[in-house]
Design a protein around this ligand. Structure first.
Ligand code: CO
Length: 304
């Protein structure tokens, strides 16, 4: 194994390093050197989100760099590469000269570069449709003749009761200025077409056990802001904190949660007489939460 800290190509036995078009924005040139015969590589990927070109660039970099740094510290000596699932983000960044790999391209490159053991860390929040697609394609790569000896996919953020408690506990500890009587609404993404949407109902329960004045709602799932309004009314709260429960405080958090459009959570709640305060930090902004993802990676690496 060797440390990989930037654009690299491995050729034959001399493993000369040269810049390629993959992940040009992370880190410095990697050290050159021989490695053992078993090579391990990790790569992770970003969930789909929407927004505009420039914003993407900086958001993707800041977000990824923080996780990247923490991952490299925890897994020094392991090659780490990134891949991005969103076609839209890849196309937009490509126009700005930033070429990002899809998970499938990244897996093909790894195979081509002779890696034998690959761990994929899904940076999704729930094991929903996107996670299952990633998992399926990784398994298919694992079946190719002459390909990897082993490829394993680490689970996304909310994969066990313990994960949920850690994430909920961390988010609850980071609401500056909140008084005990203030309510808190967490915004998850949610999905209308995958059973993993039930994880948001489970998270709602976990938050309720920590503090009955906290609820989970989603953008696209069953728990909408409309389902939360009657619960808030019962609390007789005056002030509501809005907190994203997504890896990045991106478009959904900035617009659907904290935006000024009439249908945003902030607008709906303001119309209903609540004072709102938004916290624009994604789950990936908390090192304790990133550690939950990294634990899933440790679990997978223990099976190599
Ligand atoms: Co969305």
């Amino acid at each position: 194994m060797r440390i990989w800290d930037g654009p690299a190509a491995v050729t034959g036995d001399d493993r000369s390093i040269k810049a390629t078009d993959c992940n040009p924005w992370i880190g410095k040139a990697p050290p050159v050197g021989r490695t053992g015969s078993q090579k391990t590589c990790l790569y992770r990927h970003q969930p789909v989100s929407r927004g505009q070109g420039k914003a993407y660039k900086f958001r993707a970099i800041n977000w990824a760099s923080r996780i990247d740094e923490q991952t490299r510290k925890a897994f020094s000596g392991v090659e780490i590469r990134w891949a991005f699932t969103s076609k839209m983000i890849r196309a937009k960044l490509a126009k700005e000269g930033m070429m990002l790999d899809s998970p499938e391209t990244a897996m093909a490159r790894l195979m081509n570069d002779g890696f034998t053991h690959v761990a994929v860390l899904s940076l999704h929040t729930i094991p929903g449709e996107e996670f299952h697609e990633l998992n399926q394609n990784a398994q298919l790569f694992g079946q190719m003749a002459g390909g990897f000896e082993k490829i394993l996919v680490a689970r996304p953020l909310l994969s066990s009761a313990k994960d949920m408690e850690t994430v909920a506990g961390t988010l609850m500890k980071n609401i500056p200025g909140r008084k005990p009587e203030d309510a808190v609404l967490f915004m998850g993404h949610g999905t209308g077409h995958h059973p993993a949407d039930a994880i948001y109902l489970a998270m709602n329960q976990v938050f309720q056990e920590i503090d009955p004045r906290t609820f989970v709602g989603t953008v696209e799932g069953k728990l909408t802001i409309e389902t939360l309004l009657p619960k808030l009314k019962q609390l007789k709260a005056k002030k509501v904190y809005l907190v994203p429960m997504m890896s990045v405080a991106g478009d959904h958090a900035k617009n659907d949660m904290a935006g000024d459009e009439p249908e945003s959570w902030k607008s709906v709640l303001t119309r209903n007489g609540y004072q709102c305060e938004s916290i624009l930090r994604g789950t990936a902004d908390y090192p304790e939460i990133v550690e939950v993802w990294l634990d899933h990676l440790r679990t997978v690496l223990a099976h190599f």
